[in-house]
Design a protein. Sequence first.
Length: 142
Amino acid sequence: MIKRLDKSFVASLVELNEKYFSDGWTESMLLSAFNRADFYAYGFFENQLLTGFITYTVGEDFADLEDVLVVPEYRKKGQAKQLLEFMINDLSNKGVKKILLEVRNSNVPAINLYETFGFKVLSKRKKYYIDGEDALVMIKEN
């Protein structure tokens, strides 16, 4: 089940970020984000356990996909796909025409997933991540 997340989930999101992202959200970053009207966070729950989430920000007619994370033992079950479908539908209802994201150059499974939803590589950001890895900037236009 997918449901909207609020500030009460900050500790859970920080825990997941620290465990699975090398450069994810901090508590102060998340608290600040939840105070903004343009920030959206949705979680995927199995048996009331948060097993994945998606975060994005929305502008006038564009959005930035911030993060998609699925806990490793719940991967390959379609959660990321369902979260992306949910976001794309939500953004379409909001009148968003373009969705942008950055993804690690080495994250081939994520790149392949994004491509199945119509995302295309727009550019590359050299040494974008803290460890020096390049990022691909991808865009989906409606």
